[in-house]
Write a protein that binds this ligand. Structure first.
Ligand code: URA
Length: 184
């Protein structure tokens, strides 16, 4: 189902960021997982390689996953709010997020995760509009999303952790709490 959806995306000429992008960055990981991580959008390296989180922020994300004995290949699925790189790595526009939304929604419907970790404010706003990351990071929100019961845990974006030692401390702490939540 994911492969079919990816083919659909590759053929969708209406996706606003496809001009200027080198590759579609669809997702990576184990589709049979119960844990979905959603970031913002591809950067330089992701665009080049066609895989999410393979630059510096991605290295940190892999370390954070390793610190709780999880790997991107086996234990989680990782995707983004937009699946082509915005020019100059700018923030995705609301209209762009909206254009990619049906695909992200389908990815979620196919994977049917029990837990979604949002990385950064754009994926957080999809599930928890109007909240502030400083007050909600690491907390568990029990949501009914299109009939699916999902625990959403907003976390800082790993790139933000690379810019601030305090955010780094908090993201590490938040990840340490994940195994208990996953066991539930
Ligand atoms: N940042 C993101 O949000 N997603 C990626 O895939 C890479 C960096």
């Amino acid at each position: 189902q994911l492969e079919k959806l990816k083919l659909e995306m590759l053929q969708d000429k209406s996706l606003p960021l496809r001009i200027g992008a080198s590759n579609l960055v669809f997702g990576v990981g184990n589709p049979d997982t119960s844990t979905l991580l959603i970031g913002e959008g591809p950067g330089y390296w992701e665009d080049l390689k066609g895989e999410p989180f393979v630059g510096n922020a991605g290295k940190l994300l892999d370390q954070l996953l390793e610190s709780i004995d999880l790997s991107r290949e086996k234990n989680v699925y990782i995707t983004n709010v937009v699946h082509h790189r915005p020019p100059e790595n700018r923030d995705p526009l609301p209209s762009e997020i909206e254009a990619y939304r049906p695909y992200l929604d389908k990815i979620i419907e196919i994977i049917r995760p029990k837990v979604i970790v949002t990385l950064g404010r754009f994926s957080m706003a999809k599930f928890l509009p109007g909240v502030k990351i400083t007050s909600v990071h690491g907390k568990v929100f029990d949501l009914d999303w299109k009939g699916l019961k999902i625990k959403v845990i907003p976390m800082y974006h790993p790139a933000a952790a690379l810019r601030s030692t305090e955010v780094m401390r908090q993201i590490r702490e938040d990840f340490q709490r994940l195994p208990t939540i996953l066991q539930e």
